[in-house]
Design a protein around this ligand. Structure first.
Ligand SMILES: Nc1ncnc2c1ncn2[C@@H]1O[C@H](COP(=O)(O)OP(=O)(O)OP(=O)(O)O)[C@@H](O)[C@H]1O
Length: 594
């Protein structure tokens, strides 16, 4: 995929304007977000008021020995303290509500998009890329929205307000503080960015090592039998050494950063004390003013130190927004045409391919180049062809996993692109060679495409697919299977996928070599039951085995991107040398050929 072209630079920094992508997701919660910012700002102002009250206490009641004036000032300080605590509570609650809702909406939008994007998109994107967008990038966005965004704004405002207060309190010292603070912030931002880049490299390298360990464990038999343990270890060691180097780079940058952050307040404080003492002795500043100055400077420390980190975080989030945005913006090329209406489709239905052409995106040569084939209602046609001739591609065009580049496919006279996708995929059932099951119960896996199927229909489908073994599972149909559930053998998985396809007797059944993982005995049982189903539906069955060919009424030979010949098995055998040649390559097919 041209992913690299879209991705942010190697330092992971994105343009801050990309953060605007979050606005459509934030808009529904703008009230809560405004409350968050309002509470955070007021809390900061309350915090800033305390040094000013302290100055008033020092210059008033303490300097003049007037105890009666102390009470209202202390009351004011208490009020500001309580207000700050209450506002902190309000900010946390409002922020987390809006952030968690926004996160849920964004996750849903991303997942929905992944579901709607065509198979061609998934072919081009490595699953790891999609996973890292759905996990790492999403968590970066969540942390930014739920924490950093508020502080970025509030701390910026705090810096401006405090610097203004310092300038008002005693402008020469205020200028001096600004002069040391601005370069520190800029330098801090630069080092934070470097630190982020180094952290990302460390993460990538850790990923490499994890992959190595995983492969070593999974492939331990191959490695041992080839006697390559030493070689594998050397490769691992080189990567581990590289990880150590990258970690050290990261540690060095962090150490420099903290060194700077530690040094700055000490030097500035010393400067304030020397300059402030001189100003007090010359009468340009009161003692209370100096106390307020020092207290305000302490308030300024966290915002200054955090700005570099927060800006770097904002850039990292901007790049995460770009990466998630690439998925949200990816075009959904296989979708309902505007105004499509369900059409009448009989069971069984007629399936026609008319001059169907298909070229994979980015490929120069068409895979299919004018396929014409007519399957009469109730007919079963076996599709045979050399490996790589395009059989799987042709079957994928029927439920519109890809759209044909030219020509058309019709079901009972309706172009598949003129039927609503939901209707098309309910009248056309498919089972692929690679039988994918999900981490759900057996029943949920079976009724995935037909949630309304009753117990009788499920039992019938299990019988046809010879998958009654599910009744012997620990919890029968409720047993959880798939990746995190009970493991099934390849043949068992295939039989369940077949049961899923035949459930509810579809109008058109498309099977891509559905019996390849079955032993001869089970295959014979499945075939016998499958004959019953095939009698009531129109079926296109990709066949690699002689026994599957024999299930069909007719055989279509796919060669050179077209249907080179159609006829019964014996007709083709007698008249088409290419068919005979193809059969001669497979021992089983040859047996039938004799
Ligand atoms: N996602 C894809 N992107 C680009 N080319 C592809 C893609 N999938 C398949 N192809 C190419 O299209 C051609 C037809 O592949 P297809 O899987 O349809 O063949 P097949 O007849 O089903 O093969 P087999 O019998 O080995 O399963 C092959 O040359 C293959 O390399």
């Amino acid at each position: 995929m041209d992913d690299a072209a879209h991705s942010p630079g190697p330092d992971g920094a994105g343009k801050l304007s990309a953060l605007a992508r979050l606005w459509p997701f934030a808009r529904p919660y703008r009230g809560l977000i405004a409350l968050t910012f309002g509470a955070a700002l007021l809390a900061t102002l309350a915090q800033l008021a305390l040094p000013l009250v302290t100055a008033a206490v020092v210059d008033g009641p303490i300097a003049e020995g007037d105890r009666s004036a102390l009470v209202p000032l202390l009351g004011l300080a208490l009020l500001f303290g309580v207000a700050e605590a209450a506002l902190f509570f309000v900010r946390r609650v409002a922020m987390n509500r809006s952030c968690l809702q926004l996160e849920r909406d964004l996750r849903d939008a991303l997942y929905q998009r992944l579901q709607r994007l065509p198979v061609g998109f998934h072919d081009r994107w490595a699953s790891g890329q999609l996973l890292s967008r759905a996990t790492t990038d999403m968590s970066t966005i969540r942390r930014f929205v739920g924490f950093a965004a508020v502080f970025l704004v509030v701390n910026l405002i705090t810096c401006v307000v405090v610097l203004a207060l310092l300038l008002v309190t005693y402008w020469p010292l205020g200028l001096a503080v600004a002069a040391t603070t601005v370069p520190l912030t800029v330098l801090g931002m630069r080092w934070e960015r470097r630190y982020n880049t180094e952290s990302r490299r460390v993460q990538d390298q850790q990923g490499e090592l994890t992959t190595d360990v995983e492969e070593a464990v999974q492939g331990i038999r191959v490695v041992k039998s080839l006697g390559r343990s030493g070689l594998v270890f050397d490769r691992y060691d080189a990567k581990a050494t590289q990880l150590r180097r990258l970690e050290l780079d990261k540690v060095r940058t962090l150490a420099l950063l903290w060194c700077l952050f530690e040094l700055h307040p000490q030097i500035t404080l010393a400067m304030i004390l020397v300059g402030g003492a001189m100003a007090v002795s010359s009468g340009a500043l009161t003692i209370g003013g100096l106390v307020a100055f020092v207290a305000l400077f302490t308030v300024l420390l966290w915002p200054i130190l955090s700005l570099g980190f927060l800006f770097a975080f904002a850039q990292e989030t901007a790049s995460a927004c770009d990466r998630v945005g690439e998925l949200l913006d990816a075009p959904v090329t296989v979708a309902d045409r505007p105004g499509v209406r369900p059409a009448v489709v009989g069971t069984p239905a007629r399936l026609r391919f008319e001059g169907v052409r298909f070229t994979y995106p980015g490929s120069a040569e068409p895979v299919l180049d004018g396929v014409d084939l007519d399957l009469r209602p109730g007919e079963t046609v076996a599709l045979v062809g050399a490996t790589g001739s395009g059989k799987t591609t042709l079957t994928a065009l029927v439920p519109r996993l890809h759209d044909a580049s030219g020509g058309r496919i019709t079901v009972d006279g309706s172009d598949v692109r003129d039927l609503p996708l939901a209707q098309l995929r309910s009248v056309v059932a498919t089972a692929f060679e690679d039988a994918t099951l999900f981490s759900m119960s057996v029943r949920e896996n079976l009724t995935l495409g037909r949630p309304d199927a009753g117990d009788d229909a499920v039992a019938e489908a299990l019988r046809v697919a010879q998958a009654q073994f599910v009744h012997d599972l620990p919890w029968g149909l409720d047993t959880r299977i798939g990746e995190q559930g009970l493991s099934l053998s390849g043949g068992q998985r295939q039989r369940l996928a077949l049961a899923r396809a035949v459930l509810g007797r579809p109008s058109v059944l498309v099977l891509d070599d559905p019996l390849s993982a079955l032993d001869v005995h089970t295959e014979a049982l499945v075939e016998r039951a499958l004959r019953e189903v095939l009698a009531g539906t129109t079926a296109l069955v990709v066949a690699h085995r002689a026994s599957t060919v024999l299930l069909a009424d007719r055989v279509a030979l796919l060669a050179g991107g077209r249907i080179a010949a159609v006829g019964t098995h014996s007709e083709l055998l007698a008249t088409v040398p290419a068919y005979r040649d193809l059969l001669a390559q497979g021992s089983e097919l040859t047996e039938v050929a004799r």
